[in-house]
Write a protein that binds this ligand. Sequence first.
Ligand code: GLA
Length: 386
Amino acid sequence: MIDLRTETLQAFAAVYGTEAASLWSAPGRVNLIGEHTDYNDGYVFPFAIDRRTFAALAARTDGVARVASSFAAEAAEIPLADLAPERLSGWSAYPLGVAWALREVTAGRAEEIGFDLFIHSDVPVGAGLSSSAAIESAVAVALDDLWDAGLDRRTLARVGQLAENRAVGAPTGIMDQSASLLGEQDAGVFLDCRTLDAEVIPLGFEAADLVLLVMDTHVSHSHATGGYSARRASCEAGAQALGVEALRDVTLADLPRARDLLDDETFRRVRHVVTENERVLDAVRTLRERGPLAIGDLLDASHRSMRDDFEISTPELDLAVETALNAGALGARMTGGGFGGAAIALTPSDHVSRVSHAVDTAFAEHGYASPTIFPVRASAGAHREA
Ligand code: GLA
């Protein structure tokens, strides 16, 4: 079987008629805990997964950027000097948005060289596993090198986020790009989204005989429309009413006052964020002190908070979580932005087939589309492959 690396290089040669000069890759991510906390200046604890996006690259001499990929028929081409968010659309807004954002961030200090780029990936799209951040991060490391920009990983995460916010139009936070750029094998990235201080913390799943299962419900979501931005707006309104810069500054002790001040819906949005930040800190502490077998309840509590207070779950995600728990998972929760996508289940390895079978059966009984259930491992962040 040829691997994705070879396929990417071969496809590059087929599309552009020359060999690629370098090959880069970046992973998707699973968020273990800390949902909708990133844009509230809070804490997150995601990890990079063993599903990756590959980007093959070669320089051009005419200042033009060309991008093609295996998941969209149309290739796009634009002179670097013409790059602007409003000129970008479709899938190419991700890679070309990164080129635009890198120009913005380096403000003419980088050597802006035209390029041909080909993208290929096995990160499922629409599953809440950050296929978009995987593209952004692979392209960010590739262009940082080509342009000799010398940006550190945190700044490259900002570049990816800027592309997503401005060129794609999704008002997302910094978590996904950070996980994709800072992830390490068998470890999670504990990130303070206010300072961008990151700590890489061993997860120890394998040593504890645990498997992290992803249960993709195939209910697709988009963060450029609807619910995601409405949640973000509620959080901003809550912070403003409470007189703080961001909900990160609200503590558990402030919640009674928040209940008096806010309408019920805004209060529940705020309570999710405040308690979720606590759960992230708790999960990191528990993992360190007692190991991964002890974090299950925190995952469950996180899911309940998203279901009842933040209201971003779906019947399919709830069913996957509940069924996985009943079949022997230690903890389960939806992961990512919500309104569809995937749930995760931390499962003892000898219960994996029982959990998978139970979730499959429950979905069939409810008349839901058959879910895709697969294990993921915490893997290395973005890097050069060749
Ligand atoms: C999406 C966004 C992230 C984050 C999560 C929710 O994945 O891209 O920035 O807000 O949703 O935790």
